[in-house]
Design a protein around this ligand. Structure first.
Ligand SMILES: [Zn+2]
Length: 390
């Protein structure tokens, strides 16, 4: 056999390489091995994906993951892999006091590739399950111990801080942000800042962000958003985008406003990355998976290739993984998503109640992870006993 897996006849869309067309994709030894028209090779498994979209494995730049028993966050393997997401970036669910456990019990056990930002708060975000903001008490922000965590765990992608009234209160917002800035400067890591519902002006946050830092929940509809009183995108937001600050969506229902996104796109300010801010959805909370977020942006007029760029090449660059993740090039990680565009009558929206009608949406067909077709745990096993699925 030449290869482990061959996806035959699909329409490859790989914006990072500017590739779009009917191509076969072969995988071997956990990596992409060949991408070319009509590969005449042998493979252990050959799947005809004619008429389907084939993209690099999707990257969700902002979600919250944990083991199944935890009340707030989601099991990455349950949510991500079934919808084509092969890399899940945890946006600071753990802090220096909890990250070692997060690594052992979530990162090391998941089939999904889980990468993580560390939270400035020692406990990460677990206090939210009890309704307590993680930095309402600034004693949870410990500069030296957080810096030390970046020395101990060099795989960390960066530092996360939430500048939100419910997270920091008013008085702690700027001290927390400035401490996060100092830690990033001292350790050479990137900063991801939650900007939704901030108690301080957005300009005060953005002026502290450097190229490669990430402003997340960019299209939120709360106070101190990206639009001025007349609905125009603030100059500070355009300046941040121009100098290379990543503008990340992180939808979450409550941190996304359809009308803010519509205004920004109309004024020539697209997001850099599309992401979910996935948590366990509260009852009646409007929440989308990554394909739902992409479909929302298609409905807002974003071209398909740009929506795919926002979940492949763009987030890969944002986390310093360009060429390894988010791309279908020989030698790159063997992750891919096979998707389809379904015609119908769909409605997307936000927690504020804005709705947008869509005549198509993206749906998952199959996922390739580490060079093999991914199947749910227990797939193909004979169902036995009362616990068997119907
Ligand atoms: Zn989040």
């Amino acid at each position: 056999m030449d290869f482990d897996l061959l996806l035959r006849g699909g329409t490859v869309v790989d914006p990072g390489q500017g590739v779009e067309g009917r191509l076969d994709v072969a995988f071997a030894n956990g990596r992409v091995a060949a991408v070319a028209p009509d590969l005449s090779v042998t493979a252990t498994e050959i799947i005809d994906v004619t008429g389907k979209l084939v993209t690099p494995g999707l990257i969700d730049l902002h979600g919250h993951f944990f083991h199944r028993g935890q009340p707030l966050f989601v099991d990455p393997d349950e949510i991500c892999l079934p919808s084509g997401v092969t890399t899940a970036v945890d946006a600071g669910s753990s802090g220096w006091a909890t990250y070692a456990g997060f690594r052992e019990h979530v990162i090391d056990r998941a089939e999904t590739r889980v990468l993580a930002f560390l939270h400035l708060a020692a406990t990460g975000l677990v206090t939210l399950a009890a309704g307590v903001g993680e930095l309402e008490d600034l004693r949870f922000a410990q500069e030296e111990r957080t810096r030390d965590a970046f020395r101990r765990f060099p795989e960390l992608l960066g530092l996360k801080v939430r500048i939100q009234r419910q997270a920091t209160g008013e008085a702690n917002a700027l001290p927390a942000l400035d401490m996060a800035r100092r830690i990033c400067d001292a350790t050479g890591t990137r900063l991801m800042v939650h900007i939704s519902g901030t108690p301080i002006p957005l300009e005060m946050i953005l002026e502290r962000l450097k190229p490669g830092d990430i402003a997340t929940h960019i299209f939120n509809g709360h106070e101190h958003g990206i639009l001025d009183a007349s609905g125009q995108v603030l100059q500070a937001v355009r300046d941040a985008a121009a100098r290379g600050v990543v503008l990340d969506v992180a939808h979450a229902g409550v941190h996304f406003d359809v009308e803010v996104a519509r205004a920004a796109l109309a004024q020539g300010l697209p997001p850099t990355t599309l992401s979910t801010d996935m948590v366990k959805p509260a009852v009646a909370r409007r929440m989308y998976d990554l394909l739902g977020v992409m479909s929302t942006f298609l409905a807002l007029g974003m071209p398909l290739a740009e929506a795919i760029r926002g979940v492949t090449d763009a987030p890969a660059r944002a986390i310093g993984q360009a060429g390894r993740l988010g791309v279908l090039a020989p030698g790159a990680s063997g992750d891919a998503a096979v998707l389809d565009l379904e015609d119908g009558d769909f409605t997307f929206g936000d927690a504020a109640g804005h709705e947008i009608k869509a005549a198509r949406r993206l749906i998952p067909v199959l996922t390739v992870r580490a060079g093999r077709r991914w199947r749910p745990r227990g797939w193909g096993r004979r169902a036995t006993g009362a616990a068997a699925a119907p």
